[in-house]
Ligand binder design. Structure first.
Ligand code: ADP
Ligand code: ASP
Ligand code: MG
Length: 438
């Protein structure tokens, strides 16, 4: 059994739904994970924004135009009257729920997350109904009855495995299964989600708990490119990545993968293949546990980074000092991405700035604190085993004209990270492509 995940663009129109159905029905007894149709989650975020701002007209107009869009998809997708009626009744029910929420006296985060879950609920209902119209015995596995996060907001793998095994056992006779990406229940039994882009994470979690033969992430590009194609021209697909390389690229900004989705696949040692729905026969990128030696594979960048420097003349690097610094970040549940130390100072980066003021306040106990905003981590990934010579100079040579605030190397065998100003990101990515890949 394989897990096939199709992203928003892959189910972006009635025509694309039919294309996905062709891919799905030519495979085996697989689990198909779908995102919302492209644009839907953004529109649902927009509706929530209007409701937070008490702009009911804005919310209702946006709901109405989204409803019209879905009505058009139904008209184009189905042929049989029963399918049209079934799909229309479901979609109308979703828009009734949205309308009901706009009439409530207050708007909470819980309601927001219910709104955000509707995109995946609609796309999977439409796909299941379409596959049934084509005559297949397909079962919809409701993600809200098996996908669950724990009190820390992390996937509760044990519980997911037990619930999903039970569901699959019950639906043993199906030709294949369809389920929602992104959405889950949390430890408080509320509807929640795995953060934006989370359908990739759903697919990898499902692949890991079911011991799938392969996890396929179908998207709108022919695999992981060696640089961000939205910023740099002439990027090319990387055919093979080690799990650790893919995990670094995803975490440090390669949008094609959710930041932490590789972890469950790596843990369960299940190969992940990135494939292009627009060009199904292209080879894509294979991600597995086989290393390649001596090559720099790709570059990615993560924006909205803040660098914090703590400078102290006496205590610094005395034993226990770093622990105290880390405890401050831990107490605000803020994770650190990069760290560099010297005898007189330590610099760290974070991307979650919710508690920046409090963190800086607490750090001032230990030294002089300075903050650089609007920074960007550029991560270069490949075989960076320290026994190999020369790759550091290639990287540093590529950024010789760019001010670099921090350099981190040696944390893993797969990565060198540079911290630059966000305004220098484009120049940095272009120069790295030119020096490393051309
Ligand atoms: P989906 O909706 O299928 O989940 P996403 O938009 O989340 O698709 O991810 C695919 C997009 O990621 C591509 O269209 C591309 O613009 C962007 N992207 C950013 N960095 C990379 C990269 N290194 N390789 C491939 N795509 C990338
Ligand atoms: N629909 C969600 C989003 O747009 C999840 C996903 O597409 O992976 O973020
Ligand atoms: Mg995505």
């Amino acid at each position: 059994m394989k897990v096939l995940k199709f992203g928003g663009t892959s189910v972006g129109s009635a025509k694309r739904f039919k294309e996905v159905a062709r891919i799905v029905t030519s495979g085996g007894k697989d689990i198909v994970v779908l995102s919302a149709m492209s644009g839907t989650t953004n529109t649902l975020v927009e509706i929530s924004g209007y409701l937070y701002n008490h702009n009911l007209d804005g919310a209702r107009d946006t709901i109405a135009s989204l409803h019209t869009q879905y009505n058009c998809v139904i008209k184009e997708l189905f042929e049989k009257k029963e399918s049209i009626q079934k799909a229309q009744a479901y979609i109308d029910g979703v828009f009734q729920l949205l309308a009901d929420i706009t009439r409530e006296s207050s708007f909470t985060e819980v309601q927001e997350r219910i709104i955000l879950s509707q995109g995946e609920l609609m796309s999977t209902f439409l796909m299941t109904t379409y596959l049934q119209e084509l005559g297949f015995h397909v079962r919809l596995l409701p993600a809200l009855s098996f996908m669950r996060t724990d009190a820390q907001g992390e996937p509760d793998m044990e519980s997911i495995k037990v619930s999903l095994d039970q569901l699959l056992e019950k639906e043993r006779g199906a030709d294949f299964y369809v389920t929602q990406g992104y959405i889950c229940m949390n430890a408080r039994d509320e509807v929640d989600n795995l953060k934006r882009g989370g359908s990739d994470y759903s697919a990898c979690i499902i692949g890991a708990v079911t011991g799938a033969e392969e996890i396929q992430i179908w998207t709108d590009i022919d695999g992981m490119h060696n640089n961000d194609p939205r910023v740099v021209e002439n990027t090319s697909a990387v055919r093979h990545l080690h799990f650790d390389e893919a995990a670094e690229l995803a975490y440090f900004g390669a949008k094609i993968l959710h930041p932490t989705c590789i972890l469950p696949a790596r843990y369960a040692n299940i190969p992940v293949r990135l494939l292009n729905t627009m060009e199904p026969s292209a080879p894509g990128t294979l991600i597995d546990s086989v290393p390649d030696s001596g090559v720099i594979k790709a570059v990615a960048a993560k924006d909205n980074i803040v660098a914090i420097k703590i400078k102290s003349s006496r205590m610094l690097l005395a034993y226990g000092f770093l622990r105290k610094v880390f405890e401050i970040f831990e107490s605000y549940r803020t994770s650190i991405d990069m760290i560099c130390t010297s005898e007189v100072g330590v610099s760290l980066t974070i991307d979650d700035t919710r508690y920046l003021g409090e963190i800086v306040h607490d750090l001032k106990k230990y030294g002089t604190v300075s903050v650089d905003l609007d920074m960007c981590i550029v991560c270069i990934v490949g075989d960076m085993d320290w026994a190999n010579c020369g790759f550091e100079s290639k990287v540093m040579n590529a950024v010789k004209d760019i001010p670099v605030r921090m350099v981190s190397y040696g944390g893993s065998n797969y990565n060198i990270s540079l911290l630059v100003r966000e305004e220098d990101k484009e120049a940095t990515l272009r120069s790295l492509s030119k020096n490393l890949f051309e």
